[in-house]
Design a protein around this ligand. Structure first.
Ligand SMILES: NC(=O)CC[C@H](N)C(=O)O
Length: 255
C-alpha cells in the first residue's frame, strides 16, 4: 500500500516543529510497510490533489499567513472539492485559521479559504501554554502546546475536543472547545509537534486515508507505542502538576 501526502508551504508554515508531523506519519507508515510519498507545495506551484491522500498545513506567524493567504485562495476550489469528497487534512494553528472564512487582524481582514464554517479574530494578548483535550477520535487525551493571538469561533461544525480541567485555552479561551473536526479534516491549535506524542491521532488520520483509497479491508498492524505513550503521559502529568501548584499557591494566598 502507499499514501501520498501534500505538505503545503513547508518553508512558511512551520512553527514549533510542525514539520515533525510529516516525519511521524512517514515513520508510522514505514513501520507497517506502507510507502509514503511527500509532495511539498511551494508558493507559485499549481496544485492538484487528485492523487493526494493527506494534506498537511502547519502554523505560521501573522506575516507568513498573509503571504500564503493568496496562494491558498488560488487553490480554494481544489481544497473545497478535496474536503467535501472526504479528503484527509490536518491543519495546525495558522493553517487551521486559514481554513475558515477569515482572520480579523485589527483593522485588516485576511481572507481564508472558507472550506470550514469558522472565523478567527485577533484578541488581546496571546494564549500560550501546554494543553490537554479530550476528543471522540481517540481514547487517550490529546496533548500539545498552543501559542496563538487569534481566537477562533466555530459556526456549523463540531470541535475536535474539549479542553480538560488540566489546562489550556483551546479555540478562544472562552467556550472550552478546541479545534475542529469536519468530515475528514482536523484543525487544531496544538503544536508540539502534535502527532509524535499523540500516536492515536496519527493512526486515525492514516487509517482514514487508507480506507478512502483501499476500502475497509486492509492490514494495519498495531505498533509498540511505549515511548510515544510515555511522552503523552509525561505531558499529562506536567499539566496536572501545574493545576496542583496553582491550587496550592491560591490556597496559601487565602491563609
Ligand atoms: N502558532 C501559530 O500558528 C500562530 C497563528 C497566528 N499567527 C496567531 O497568532 O494566532
Amino acid at each position: 500500500m502507499e499514501l501520498c501526502i501534500a505538505h503545503l508551504f513547508p518553508e512558511l508554515l512551520n512553527l514549533y516543529g510542525d514539520g515533525g508531523n510529516i516525519i511521524c506519519m512517514q515513520k508510522r507508515c514505514e513501520w507497517r510497510d506502507i510507502s509514503v510519498q511527500v509532495n511539498p507545495v511551494h508558493c507559485g506551484d499549481k496544485v492538484d490533489f487528485t492523487h493526494t491522500d493527506i494534506i498537511f498545513v502547519g502554523g505560521g506567524t501573522d506575516r507568513e499567513q498573509k503571504i500564503v493567504c493568496g496562494e491558498l485562495l488560488a487553490a480554494k476550489q481544489q481544497l473545497r472539492d478535496y474536503v467535501e469528497a472526504g479528503g484527509v487534512l490536518l491543519a495546525v494553528c495558522g493553517g487551521y485559521q486559514l481554513l475558515g472564512h477569515n482572520y480579523l487582524l485589527g483593522n485588516e481582514l485576511v481572507e481564508g479559504v472558507g472550506v470550514i464554517d469558522l472565523k478567527t479574530e485577533r484578541g488581546e494578548g496571546r494564549l500560550i501554554g501546554n494543553v490537554m483535550i479530550e476528543s471522540a477520535i481517540c481514547e487517550m487525551p490529546i496533548v500539545g502546546y498552543e501559542n496563538h493571538g487569534g481566537r477562533t469561533y466555530l459556526g456549523d461544525c463540531e470541535p475536535l475536543g474539549k479542553v480538560t480541567s488540566a489546562g489550556g485555552y483551546g479555540n478562544n479561551g472562552q467556550d472550552g472547545y478546541e479545534g475542529v473536526h469536519y468530515k475528514n479534516v482536523i484543525g487544531t491549535y496544538l503544536h508540539g509537534p502534535l502527532l509524535p506524542k499523540n500516536p492515536q491521532v496519527c493512526d486515525y488520520l492514516l487509517k482514514t486515508a487508507l480506507s478512502r483509497r483501499y476500502g475497509s479491508d486492509f492490514a494495519f498492524p498495531e505498533l509498540d507505542d511505549t515511548v510515544e505513550n510515555e511522552a503523552n503521559l509525561y505531558m499529562q502529568e506536567r499539566l496536572r502538576d501545574n493545576v496542583v501548584n496553582k491550587m496550592q499557591v491560591s490556597a496559601r494566598g487565602k491563609s
